[in-house]
Ligand binder design. Structure first.
Ligand code: PGA
Length: 251
């Protein structure tokens, strides 16, 4: 089963609008070296999305928002909806990143509502899952992750599952310099795919599962060589064009 690798950068709360535009045009210049072998995207700060979209011009770089509200409209001061993101020209949206879950109290239920609404609005969700260190050390990692996945997958159709992107990001590996070994990550990715197969026999082979957590040019190749690792969600190493290109070239 050939799944096109998908690599996204998650800039979190980094880069001004000017820096965003500069990065986009610089990346657009070097991207042809990859000959379209990998799907590439970036998730800048919300207010920089339009700068990203105009600066990339027609280069094959997808632009994602880092979050959205779980409802279409209403009395929700300070947030944006899926439709707003879509209107800007975004194609993807990160949902349920562990920082959203940990720092902003997002539950599996909310994550599932957002994944559902993203599809209803014509956006591709990159749904993030992952266990913390205590859960890993107590042998619960797989149960936790599969429960997180089931919360949103159960509300999708087979066609949506084929489009879905999941990012497995063990929390203890995010921004710490510690990565899961390629074999351990692959084992979790396989478990995720097999859990989806229970309900979606064929579509399970099309779901793309990114690994995230301290991915760098130096470790990307070994991770991406694993059978069930279909790409990466990259934080720190997506902030410099050379580092990000190093990861993209590993595909
Ligand atoms: P990191 O972040 O690559 O800096 O560990 C990954 C993420 O949070 O998506």
């Amino acid at each position: 089963m050939a799944r096109t690798p998908i690599i996204f950068g998650n800039w979190k709360l980094n880069k001004s609008s000017i820096e965003t535009a500069e990065f986009m045009s610089n990346l657009a210049k070097v991207l042809p070296k990859l000959e379209n072998k990998v799907e590439v995207g970036l998730a800048p700060v919300m207010t920089c999305l339009t700068h990203a979209i105009s600066a990339k011009n027609d280069a094959p770089i997808q632009v994602a928002a880092q979050d959205m509200h779980w409802l279409e409209h209403g009395a929700f001061t300070g947030t944006v909806s899926a439709q707003h993101i879509k209107e800007l020209g975004c194609t993807h949206v990160l949902i349920g990143h562990s920082e959203r879950r940990q720092l902003f109290g997002e539950t599996d239920g909310r994550v599932s509502d957002k994944v559902r609404l993203a599809f209803d609005t014509g956006l591709t969700p990159i749904a993030c899952v992952g266990e913390n260190l205590t859960q890993r050390e107590s042998g619960q990692a797989e149960d936790i992750v599969l429960r997180q996945v089931d919360a949103f997958v159960q509300r999708l159709t087979a066609d949506e599952v084929k489009e879905l992107v999941i990012a497995y990001e063990p929390i203890w590996a995010i921004g710490t310099g510690q990565t899961a070994t390629p074999e351990d990550a692959n084992q979790m990715h396989r478990a995720i795919r097999e859990s989806i197969r229970v309900k979606f026999e064929d579509a399970a082979d099309d779901v793309r599962i990114q690994y995230g957590g301290s991915v760098k040019p130096a470790n990307a190749k070994a991770l991406l060589a694993q059978a069930h690792i279909d790409g990466a969600l990259v934080g720190g190493a997506s902030l410099k064009v050379e580092d990000f290109m190093g990861i993209l070239s590993a595909c």
